[in-house]
Design a protein around this ligand. Structure first.
Ligand code: VTB
Length: 405
């Protein structure tokens, strides 16, 4: 058997840029099975489990640097956890298996599964606190906006650099009471404000393509983990970003110090948050302005992923059709409603959920299903439909019997 020789310094760029897609795809599908069920925790847990499993398949010595929390509060993907096959390069990993848990639980647009891989020791070890953020896309002179400048100033500078009036600028801001003054200040300049309820990783990424997204600048306070992930993405596609941790209690300051942060008021540039080569990937869970959500069809699960490489700035949009459902966590394993009702063994079948329907797929793990459905091949049946079918068969049989007699 022939082997392909890839210099180790290209491993990250060449091999992992496709392997990483599987990581976010699996997490997205797992979370998507629980879309709209109002259970943020379950959806997040499903994504975490799936992502962790895939990360452990990668040929890397990985350390979770941005994760689900610190070890005692997060049993999996906690900060400091080692992942990968314990072979290959040392890598720092930032994960947000379900960015926008609320969006997923409410089946609202914009939930994603996301991950960033970077050379070991190059990602900011940020605690799970808030971060003040400002971000713009590529093509502007360095320093045209600044985290410490008033919003009015930033809008005016950006408008000038773009060659438009402030009315030609749109800022994206998380819709939170803490941003009331910021929103007012931006609107006073004549600039428009687009508000989002969650999902500021995608929010920051939007600034990279204002023509398409209509977003010129991201402003405001969001999660620090999301800040580092967004910085990784922007590092790949170009742009400017600054962030500062919000360490407003003694407990947070201690946590930050414990993680090696010396200057607690430091204003980080994008290059300081992600100081080496990195890869970023995100798969849509619910359809949003950046990515389509997971689609469950009878035979196929569809996903859409964006994967970016800082080394070359390549951005790949990968629309995948998955037929081997066995490699995804099944609905039943996740305790999706109704799964328990269908408890007859159905080897080599998987149940996928689509619009409240259990769909029995011809491939996959040894889960359970409606026997009738499996015999008919690839059909979607609700329990009530199975009962109707049974009744019809019985009626026909009785009629036939009557005719014979
Ligand atoms: C943002 C948003 C995330 O957290 O980072 C936000 O982008 C910040 O926290 O999707 P608050 O909700 O407390 O404002 C998320 O909403 C994820 O929880």
């Amino acid at each position: 058997m022939s082997t392909i020789d890839i210099p180790s310094h290209q491993l990250l760029e060449r091999i992992l840029s496709l392997e990483i897609v599987r990581v976010t795809e699996r997490a997205a599908v797992a979370a998507a099975r629980l879309r709209g069920l109002g259970n943020e925790k379950a959806a997040d847990q499903a994504a975490v489990d799936a992502m962790r499993r895939e990360l452990n398949n990668l040929p890397i010595r990985g350390t979770i640097v941005i994760g689900e929390g610190e070890r005692d509060e997060a049993p999996m993907l906690f900060i400091g956890e080692k992942v990968g096959r314990d072979t290959g390069p040392q890598m720092d990993i930032a994960v947000d298996p379900l960015e926008g848990t609320t969006l997923c639980a409410k089946n609202m647009p914009g939930a994603i599964a996301t991950v960033a891989l970077a050379d070991g020791g190059t990602l900011l070890n940020a605690p799970d606190v808030y971060m003040e953020k400002i971000a713009i896309g590529p093509g502007y002179p360095k320093g045209v906006v600044d985290l410490d400048a008033p919003a009015e100033q930033n809008i005016a500078n950006l408008a000038k650099a773009k060659g438009v009036k402030p009315t030609g600028i749109t800022a994206l801001i998380l819709d939170r009471p803490r941003h009331a003054d910021l929103i007012e200040a931006v609107r006073k300049t004549g600039a428009a404000v687009t508000l989002i309820t969650d999902g500021d990783v995608a929010g920051v990424i939007h600034t990279a393509d204002p023509e398409d997204t209509g977003i010129d600048i991201y402003l405001g306070i969001g999660g620090a983990p999301e800040g580092v992930l967004a910085a990784a993405a922007l590092r790949c596609i170009g742009g400017q970003m600054q962030g500062r941790l919000v360490l407003d209690t003694e407990e947070k300051r201690q946590r930050a110090a414990h993680m090696g942060i010396k200057d607690l008021r430091k204003k980080y540039t994008m290059e300081e948050m992600v100081s080496g080569d990195c890869l970023f990937a995100a798969t849509g869970v619910t359809t949003g302005s950046m990515l389509s959500g997971v689609k469950f069809h009878p035979e196929v699960i569809e996903t859409e992923t964006v994967v970016m490489r800082s080394a070359t700035g390549t951005v790949r949009w990968i629309r995948a059709e998955h037929r081997e459902h066995g490699s995804f966590i099944s609905a039943e394993a996740l305790g999706a409603p109704g799964a328990r009702e269908m408890s007859r063994p159905c080897p080599a079948r998987d149940i996928i959920w689509s619009g409240g329907r259990a769909i029995i797929s011809p491939v996959g793990g040894d889960h359970t299903g409606v026997t009738m459905g499996t015999r008919l091949g690839l059909v979607a049946l609700r329990p009530v439909e199975v009962a109707m079918l049974f009744l019809s068969f019985t009626l026909v049989a009785l009629l036939a019997l009557g005719l014979v007699i």
